[in-house]
Every structure is written in C-alpha cells, then in structure tokens.
Write a protein that binds this ligand. Sequence first.
Ligand SMILES: [Zn+2]
Length: 346
Amino acid sequence: MMFPWHKKASDKLDKMIEQNHMPHALLITGVEKIGKFDFTQSLIKKLLCPKASCDRCELCNALNNDDPMSELDHSVLIRRSHYPNLIYCRTELNDSGSMSKDIRVDQIRAFCESLGKTAESLQIGVVFYADQMNNNAANSLLKTLEEPRQNTLIILLAHNADRLPMTILSRCQAIHINPSYDKETAEWVADQIDIDTRSDYDPMQLLDSAHGVPHRAIDDLKVDFYFQYQSWQNLLLEIALSPTKIKDTEIFSDNELDVLKCLQHLISEGIKIKILNHDGANLELNKVIEKSSFNHLFKLLDDTNQAISLSQTTVNMKLLLDNVLVVWSHITNLKKYPAITNFQEH
Ligand SMILES: [Zn+2]
C-alpha cells in the first residue's frame, strides 16, 4: 500500500527503476514520522518481488514481518531481514537498557562485511538512521560507498540530511519525502480515525497542526495535543490583534518549544498568504497578515527559527518565548524591528 503523500517520491523512484538508473546508494530523507521506513519497504518489494510488490508472495510476506524498529529486546550489531539478502543497521539497546544515541563504527563494519563482496542476486543494506552514525562510523561507511559492489544497494534513511558529511551525501542519490497538506492526505488521516470515537476535529486543520505529517496528526489527536495546539494558535492570534492578551499566557507554560513551533507555522502560513495575495481560511490570521509588513514577518520568522534551535541549549525557554511574543504582539504596527536580546549570548 502506498501512502498518498509518498506519491511524488515514489514516482521519482519508479522512473529510476524503469530507466534502469538505480544508484548504488540511495538516501531517503524526511521529517520524523513521515514514513521513511514504509517507503523503504515498498521500494524493496518493488525491486525484489517478481510481481513488483504484490504483498502476497513469500518475499513480500517475509518483508512485512520485518520490524527492526521494535525488535529491541536483544542487542545485536546488525539485524537480518526475514529475506536472506537484506540487512538492517540501527542504534541498539545499550547495557543500561536505553537506546544508544549513535550508530558505532563496529556496527557499520559488521554491516559492510555482511554485504557480500559478490552477490548472485540483489543484496540490500539499510541504515537507519544514517544521521545517527558517529564520525568513525560515517568514515567507515564512506569506504564502502566509494567502492560500489555489484548487485548491491545501500539505502540510508535520515531525518536530516544536513547532519550527514558532504562526502557521504555526494555518493548518494537523494529522495525526499515532503510533508503534505493536500485533501487526499487529510482524507487518509480521517480514514484512520474511528469516527464513532472522534468526530470533533477537522482533518485539514488536524493535518495542518501536525505540520503536514499524517502519522503525527493521528498521534496528536490520540493524546489531545491537537486541541492544545488549537488553543495556543487561537491565543497567539489574539495576542497579535490585541497586545494586552500577552498577560494571559499561562497555557503556554512548559510548552514553550511547541508554542514557538506553532508561531513558526502561523508566520510561514501568513507569509504564504501574503505572497499569493489572497486570503487564507483562517480569518484572524488574514487580519494579522494584512496589517504586517513582509520585512517584519520574515525577521520574526528568522528569530522564531533561531529560538527553536536554541531549545537544544540551556537557554531559558520561557524568557525566550516571552521576548519573541513581545515582538509578535506588536507585529501589526511595528515601526522598527527590535533586536531580541537572548540571541546575543549564544
Ligand atoms: Zn510479492
């Protein structure tokens, strides 16, 4: 089965297969929960199944039984597929019982050695996630990528290609799975949700609040994150329209990062509306955007992005959010864009 939001990436792959242009190494990227592993499995079925992914034959069944994401009760360097010519490499459970952060060099070595020097039929090695390889591991993999073996395909999955060394990137053909906001994807999301238990949401809005990541949208609804998100979004818009509302931000506390992401989404949506020069579905957002200048919106988007990236540091998120919100509360009538002080210290 193909997810509707995978279609574009899938078409690109089909073309490669059709024209016999499959590379030795493929890099599949996309944000968390976009479905990179499902995408990879359907690619492998296309390549190996005699009926190009029938989902019924021995091989397709073997692949469907692979779940290297969940088989974590034992620690192994690499994981073999139920299909003999396929191996997976991923982080593993360490002695303290938690997942290790890195893929280590000994894992990558074992992975490369397991891919035979020669193979009668196509052999496939999958690394997920390649952006978790430490430097030594990446260097070790690079050697294998530099000397492509016949009949061998290496597939790297990564959330963020920027974290991979250029040397690796330059050896891979990249396929990116984009988030999707279209109707077909929203319908898919709605189909996954039991209508008897939930009817109190709008699928397009739900998908929107999950930044176009359908699996995330479903999870968000399960834990009521969606409703929280809606209330943050409403308050953010109220603040931009009447700045005194900035006093009522208790609902933001302990959710600073998610609120910043919500603001980031509002501003980017707003910029899109302004560029297209027609109103969007959100009336309040239209009002805010109409009165704000491009220049200030872009600057605030930059600052919001920077604030989000600072969440990895020891910065005081509450203070940071407050400062960003002060600018946001005046976005419709700013004369001069102020500098946000927290940024200088980092
Ligand atoms: Zn099959």
